[in-house]
Design a protein around this ligand. Structure first.
Ligand code: GLY
Length: 410
């Protein structure tokens, strides 16, 4: 009898493991087929271009200084990691090296995203000579945006008549900026120079202090006075309203503090990431059953106040689900909270099928449909986005490591 029960338990474990492997394998097979045309289009006529989205039947390509420019290179590195096929590394290297000038870019904060996804993954997977120097140079550029009196890295410049100036901002910091800290932590580790790590810690501490509401939802923008360090305003750029909860902001928030814990071991960051996750997964009434968030959790409520948003009340954001899932796999590793892994698995399950996963040969070669760039700016609404694909593949890699009993992130 006892032996029968044991055999049944083993069978259940094997079946569970096969199902998990199936979803990873199925996604990888799908991505291989789907990305082939996108790789071809982005390398046509021997010119490397950076695909960002697909709209009105056309793939859109972005310039090197766009905040999303590193994600396609990163997607190719992840395909190399998932398949072991050298051809992906060859494509990835080409798409990485067109980004070389980013290391000297100082006019916005997104260089952490751009270079860590591309050169960072290339360094980790292939140790390509010179990539370490690019990371160090980029960290130096990002460090020029540190405002010591406020203790934060300024996200956007406010110059002339730009839209940030029209809002009356002085030194805006967006929650997304937490994602640039990974580069700074890494470069301090690589070089032994604590400057970058100290900046990252200061930024994380100030963000923890100033970016959150009592319920642990995050504001999108906090505008600082960079001379006095005071908070001038808490508001939004990409959410429906200042007091609403823009979905991708909540996603960056879980991910960013989990990374801060990875590099520092500081329990305050872990505790913070857990509270943010708990808030989203337990207390958030507006999380749909398939766990692919609305673009803004308060879209329905605030559309009553701002009728121009009524047509978007059902709009989901697949990119948020992919980012949250990836973050939750790492958070699970540190906490072993079942809720995190179950929620991440549910998100991956939803993204692995219609309506989110595109049919092969459609969607311009991007894997996922139904993401949102910025509704208030009227840009990239209900389209594929290269970062949704990137974080989906990252989540699959993390899931595979967990199944193998390994830490999901090196
Ligand atoms: N970091 C910009 C965005 O999430 O849209």
């Amino acid at each position: 009898m006892k032996r029968n029960i044991l055999s049944l338990a083993c069978l259940a474990a094997v079946l569970f493991s096969c199902t998990c492997n199936d979803i990873i394998q199925d996604n990888v097979r799908n991505a291989e087929k789907q990305l082939a045309s996108l790789i071809e289009a982005s390398e046509a006529n021997d010119t490397i271009r950076i695909p960002s989205t697909f709209k009105n039947g056309e793939i859109e390509f972005v310039p090197v200084d766009d905040w999303v420019s590193g994600f396609f290179a990163g997607t190719l590195w992840y395909m190399y990691e998932l398949t072991g096929k050298e051809e992906y590394a060859v494509h990835a290297q080409k798409h990485t090296e067109v980004l070389h000038e980013i290391q000297f870019l100082k006019w916005h904060h997104d260089v952490g995203f751009m270079v860590y996804d591309s050169y960072g993954n290339g360094l980790r997977l292939k140790n390509i000579p010179g990539y370490d120097t690019v990371l160090v140079n980029t960290a130096k550029s990002l460090a020029t945006r540190f405002r010591p009196n406020a203790g934060i890295i300024q996200s956007w410049n406010v110059v002339g008549d730009c839209w940030q100036a029209q809002r009356g901002w002085k030194c805006p910091v967006i929650i997304d900026n937490m994602m640039n800290l990974e580069l700074l932590f890494k470069v301090s580790e690589m070089t032994g120079d604590p400057t970058y790590r100290n900046i990252a810690i200061s930024h994380a501490d100030k963000t923890m202090e100033n970016h959150y509401r009592e319920d642990m939802s995050t504001y999108h923008v906090v505008d600082y006075d960079d001379e006095t360090g005071e908070v001038r305003r808490r508001c939004t750029a990409q959410g429906i309203a200042d007091e609403s909860r823009w979905a991708r902001g909540q996603a960056w928030s879980i991910y960013g503090f989990t990374v801060a814990y990875r590099f520092t071991g500081d329990e305050r960051y872990l505790d913070h990431a857990k509270k943010v996750a708990e808030y989203l997964l337990v207390n958030e009434d507006n999380m749909p059953e398939d766990m692919v968030p609305l673009w803004d959790f308060d879209a329905v409520e605030f559309a009553k106040v701002y009728p121009e948003y009524e047509k978007y009340v059902d709009q989901r954001d697949a990119s948020s689900a992919a980012i949250i899932a990836s973050a939750l796999y790492e958070l699970w590793w540190y906490t072993r909270e079942e809720l995190y892994i179950k929620s991440a698995d549910k998100m991956i399950e939803s993204l692995s099928k219609a309506p989110y996963r595109a049919e092969i040969g459609t969607n311009g070669g991007f894997i996922l449909k139904h993401s949102v760039g910025s509704i208030p700016h009227g840009g990239n609404i209900d389209v594929p986005l290269n970062y949704a694909d990137y974080y989906l593949l990252e989540a699959l890699i993390r899931k595979r490591h967990i199944q193998n009993g390994e830490k999901p992130v090196e």
